[in-house]
Design a protein around this ligand. Sequence first.
Ligand code: ZN
Ligand code: MN
Length: 475
Amino acid sequence: MKLIPTIGIEVHVQLNTMSKMFCSCRLSGQDDSKPNQYICPICIGLPGTLPTLNQKAVELALQIGHFLDAEIQEQSSFDRKNYFYPDLPKGYQITQFYQPIIRNGRLTIWLDDDNSSSIKITEAHLEEDAAKAIHPEGQPYSQIDFNRAGAPLLEIVSAPDMATPEEAKRYLTELYLLVTSIGACQGDMQKGHFKFDLNISVAEEGSTTLGTRTELKNLNSFRFAKKALEYEIDRQIYLLSSGKIVIQETRGYNEAEGKTFSQRNKEDSDGYRYFPEPDIPPLDLKTSLIDATRPDTTSSIQLRGLLQSAGLSLRVQDTILLDPKSRLLFMQTLAIFDNDPAKIKPISNWLIGEYQTIESPNLSASHLRQLIELIEASVISNNLAKEIFPDICQGRSPQDIIKERGLTQINDQSIIDSILRQVIGNNPEAVTQYQSGEQKILGFLIGQAMKETKGQANPQLIRKTLVDLLDNMLQ
Ligand code: ZN
Ligand code: MN
């Protein structure tokens, strides 16, 4: 029998709001904060306090929902998920269990240049984050930092729609790109802005029921997600094919060992005693608010479409899209070219090569446009442009560099003629070889002419003129 894996993913996206989900404590810009600097009676869960819903969090959730082609729910509501843990001292998390704000979306992912698949998103619900537990090494105590307690999260739940670890990785990458490209999430993975749980089971090929699943919890690296899944699939296949069973449980991933390990048996939803949150009224969204959050920002989905339409490979698309700086520069440059589709390729070409290796590039959209225009107008050759590109990436204007170094491309026919006559005169053997039919020697002669002009001659013009001259000598 052949065992086939099935993967479903839950992603917790921290929404990019100024304040927390249910109180006015500051959330963004906590960078140099001390532990427990941004807390109040509400987010540390003191009895008798009342939560107030953050409207911005709702708007960002709706925006994401639109981009996922999802059904935005006019009616949704909040529930208490009851459990005790030191990072959740009030004993429950406010979430949306019975009526989530978003249902039935989908996200298209590309597996390679030709193959895509559409991953179904069952639902997405709003909830609050817990505090952060810190366990100092060798100490008999733990510490709790409440700065992120009550941060607004959108939990996006996919259907068990993925069949390979690579597919799961692509889904995570694409979703991350989407929420960060529209500014709905700051995307700092180290700070837990985008963390995920992976549900994985294996079953006989063709089976209509899924196998028993395990859940890999709280990962925040795409690469490790893929590795953890690969390990877990092998483990489950090994168990089943040697007559053992898979236990439904939560497992962690040990990055150093490259192995998953059992953490706890998974409670089912009954264990949480969900009930409606009495302190927050149901959310009754006006159609006007839903419409107002319809996207007017350019998302990674549209950008990928543009790059695809220009025939660029998935690898090139990823290079530009996954690096926020390149992505922004691409968008800005295309915009000042009035979104001319013919410019997608030249802009991209400059962003994928050397640009990616420069430490902190200072390349502006207007300088990149200037560079592309100078090449297109044959003022400088592509080779010259490559030569001065590192300087342009230091913030200098292409025109200034060209002026300063006297680098303009030589297009003057009379100058080209005289240079080539000189080259021909200096290389009689090469000329004889060409005349006896050795075409390859042309390259050598062109090289000599380019050397003579320090690379500034127009190479097309050099080639054409050289051939004309040599052919004329034959007659
Ligand atoms: Zn607070
Ligand atoms: Mn959750």
